[in-house]
Ligand binder design. Structure first.
Ligand SMILES: [Zn+2]
Length: 194
């Protein structure tokens, strides 16, 4: 995972219910040097070792409480009690954990605002068709309904919509002309395209 991608994923994680603490077993899967990089950037802080961890000795992911002690030679060891694997020693690294700082929130992916769907200001194909049949071919709505195989109510609806849209277009073009102070009047020249 690229650094920026990783930062965004951690930013989402920090705000989510999963929480802002990263256990070692997760960090262990990261690309080499990534942990140091994120600490350097101030996005992670190492906190005190965990007292309960996901068992690193088996694949079941059982929760274990590691026992720490000192070997005869003075080195520290840590063992877990696993039902499957007995009591193996584990790497002390597995006890470590990190806190994701709030600084990471600057990497939260930007949420795109959903645009409201506006009704199209242009006539639909059907509206154009109905309008043309009524006003150019002089058919009655009932005849149009029969030709287009739909109900009279639908024809009236398409007609109303077409008229509303054309009226809106006309008023727009008039106001544009006025603002630009054009001498000639283009009102009523709206053409309908099929
Ligand atoms: Zn286990």
């Amino acid at each position: 995972m690229e650094l920026n991608e990783h930062l965004a994923a951690l930013a989402i994680r920090e705000k989510s219910d999963t929480g802002n603490i990263l256990p070692a077993y997760e960090v262990k899967r990261w690309p080499a040097g990534r942990l140091e990089e994120l600490i350097e950037l101030g996005n992670l802080i190492q906190i005190e070792d965990a007292t309960s961890i996901k068992c690193p000795a088996c694949s079941r992911g059982c929760s274990v409480e590691p026992v720490r002690g000192i070997n005869n030679d003075g080195t520290e060891y840590c063992e877990v009690l696993c039902e499957l694997e007995g009591s193996p020693d584990i790497d002390l690294f597995y006890l470590k954990q990190w806190l994701i700082t709030e600084k990471i929130r600057t990497y939260l992916p930007k949420v795109k605002k959903r645009r409201k769907r506006k009704a199209s200001p242009d006539l639909s194909q059907r509206e154009t068709e109905v309008y043309r049949m009524v006003y150019v071919e002089n058919k009655t709505p009932k005849e149009v309904a029969i030709t287009l195989k739909c109900s009279d109510q639908n024809i009236y609806k398409h007609l109303r919509n077409a008229e509303k849209k054309l009226a809106a277009k006309n008023s727009r073009s008039v106001s544009t002309e006025r603002s630009q102070d054009l001498p000639h009047d283009k009102r009523g020249q709206e053409t309908i395209e099929g």
